[in-house]
Design a protein around this ligand. Sequence first.
Ligand SMILES: NC(=O)c1ccc[n+]([C@@H]2O[C@H](COP(=O)([O-])OP(=O)(O)OC[C@H]3O[C@@H](n4cnc5c(N)ncnc54)[C@H](O)[C@@H]3O)[C@@H](O)[C@H]2O)c1
Length: 348
Amino acid sequence: MGNPNATSALTPTLSPHGESGSREYFLGKKVLITGGAGFLGSSLAQALIPLGAEVTILDAMLPLYGGNLFNLESIKEKIQFVQGDIRDQKLMDTLVVGKDIIYNFAAQVSYIDSKDQPFLDLDINGKGHLTVLEAVRQYAPHARILFSSSRMVYGKITTTPVSENHPTDPLSLYGIHKLLAEKYYRYYTHTFGMDTVSIRIPNPYGSRQQMKHNKYSIVGWFVRQAMEHKSITIFGDGSQERDYLYVDDIVDAFLELTEKGVSGEVYNIGTQERVTFGGMVDAVIAEVGSGNKINIPWPESYEKNETGNYVADTKKIEKITSWKPSISLQEGIKRMVAYYKENKEHYW
Ligand SMILES: NC(=O)c1ccc[n+]([C@@H]2O[C@H](COP(=O)([O-])OP(=O)(O)OC[C@H]3O[C@@H](n4cnc5c(N)ncnc54)[C@H](O)[C@@H]3O)[C@@H](O)[C@H]2O)c1
C-alpha cells in the first residue's frame, strides 16, 4: 500500500487527539502495528502519520475480526501494508528488523469466542505474542513494544476503582491468555532487558470498530441496532457499571506511554466515570434517535463471565504523563454515529 518512506517529509503537528504537545518523539520513527487494520491499530496509525512516523501495518485480515482496509483508506499511500500473521515466525523475524516501536494489537478479541475456540485464543493471544517477542529479542532488541491488554485480566472485581494491584483472576480464557501475554512481556523485560509496556484497556468504543457482531465492542453493536430501529437487549437490570473509553483517548494514552511508560510495567486507562450499561444504551438511543431497550434475565453462560462493576483507577498513568481522557460518552457516541452514518457500507 504505497511507499512507507512517503511520510518522512511530513512535519510534526499537534496531536489531533488532545493537548499533548508536539510529539516530536515520533518524527521519523519506524513503527510496526500488528492487527493494524483493526479498530485500535488503524486509529493509532491515523494519529502517527501526521506525526511523521513511518508506519508498517501487519494484519492477517481474519474473518469475523475487526480488520477492515477502509480503516486505512485515507492513509493508504503513506503506510506499508503487509497481510500476514503474527504466528508466522519467519515473517515476524523479517518485519521487526529496523523498527523503533512495535504496537502489538493483533488478537482474538472476543471473550465469548475464547470459550468455544480455546486453542485458537491461546494460539493467537499467547503463542502469537511470544512469536513477536522472540523475533524482537533476536532482530530488534532495542525496539519499544506496547501491548494492548484488557481489563478482563482482573476477573471478578472486589474493590473499585480498580488499580493495577487489584487481584488478577480472569473469568474467561481470553482474560487468562491476556494475562499470560502480559507475563511474557514482563519476562522479556526482566530477563533480556527488552523495552515492553502493557496497557489494560477497559471498554473501548468509537469510529472504525467492527459492527458485524456483538461479540466485542458492544457499543458499536448497539449503535447499529439503534440505527436499524431495532430493540437493544440488556441482560439483567442494566445497572452494571462500565468504563467506556473513546478511541481517541485510547490512542492518546498509547502515544503518551510510548514516550513515558516504564519498561516492564502495566498501566490502566479509563475515564473514572461510573456509567451503567443501561445509561450507555440510553445515550446511544438518544443520539441515534431510534431503537428501544428491553431487559432480559442474564443467560447463564454470560453470568459466569460477569465481572461486576468496573471503573479504572488511573493514578499510575497520571503520575508519569499528562494524559487525561477528554471525550465524554455523549460526545463519543455522537462522533461515532456521524461516522457510521457516513460510512455505513464499509462496516455493515
Ligand atoms: N475491542 C475491545 O473490546 C478491546 C478491549 C480491551 C482490549 N482490546 C485489545 O485491543 C487490541 C485491538 O483490538 P481491536 O478492538 O482493535 O480489535 P479488532 O478486531 O478491530 O482488531 C484486531 C486485529 O487483529 C487482527 N489479527 C487477529 N489475529 C491476528 C494474527 N494472528 N496476526 C495478525 N493479525 C491478526 C485482526 O484481523 C484485526 O484486524 C486487541 O489486542 C484486543 O485484545 C480490545
